[in-house]
Write a protein that binds this ligand. Structure first.
Ligand code: THU
Length: 129
């Protein structure tokens, strides 16, 4: 599947973001090895701290639907500079997706591609338990 299809899915998911407090809408799209796409958007809460990012929504949706293997994730925000996953999302993406390719984009263009291992060097994971 082309990266642009995955980015387009993240852009569509972003429209569902509930970002009433920050106004910062984010969309994410995960791709499975068979080419299936599972999307997420950020969902904020009046307590602020219960906010959940688009990437974790996408991953938890995918896991809850039985998916266990992932190839890539696209993350979209309406910013000129790339919007990379936050630290908590990197940890969750690593736990369940391993060294995913992370494709960053805004509403018009791609803004970067990274391997998750480069965004989360020296990760804590099950191998250390
Ligand atoms: N956010 C995401 O959903 N993903 C990111 O990669 C960065 C931040 C959300 C959390 C919050 O709702 C808003 O963006 C501002 O931080």
């Amino acid at each position: 599947m082309s990266a642009s299809k995955l980015v387009a899915a993240a852009r569509r998911a972003r429209r569902n973001a509930h970002a009433a407090y920050s106004g910062f809408k984010v969309g994410a799209a995960l791709e499975t090895p068979t080419g299936l796409i599972i999307t997420g958007c950020n969902v904020e809460n009046a307590t602020y701290g219960l906010t959940i990012c688009a990437e974790r929504v996408a991953m938890f949706k995918a896991l809850s639907e039985g998916h266990r293997k992932f190839r890539r994730v696209a993350v979209v925000a309406d910013t000129e500079a790339p919007t990379p996953p936050c630290g908590a999302c990197r940890q969750i993406l690593w736990e369940f997706g391993g060294d995913l390719e992370v494709i960053l984009a805004n509403l018009k263009r791609e803004t970067g591609r990274h391997q998750l291992k480069d965004l989360l060097p020296l990760p804590f994971d099950a191998r250390l338990l």
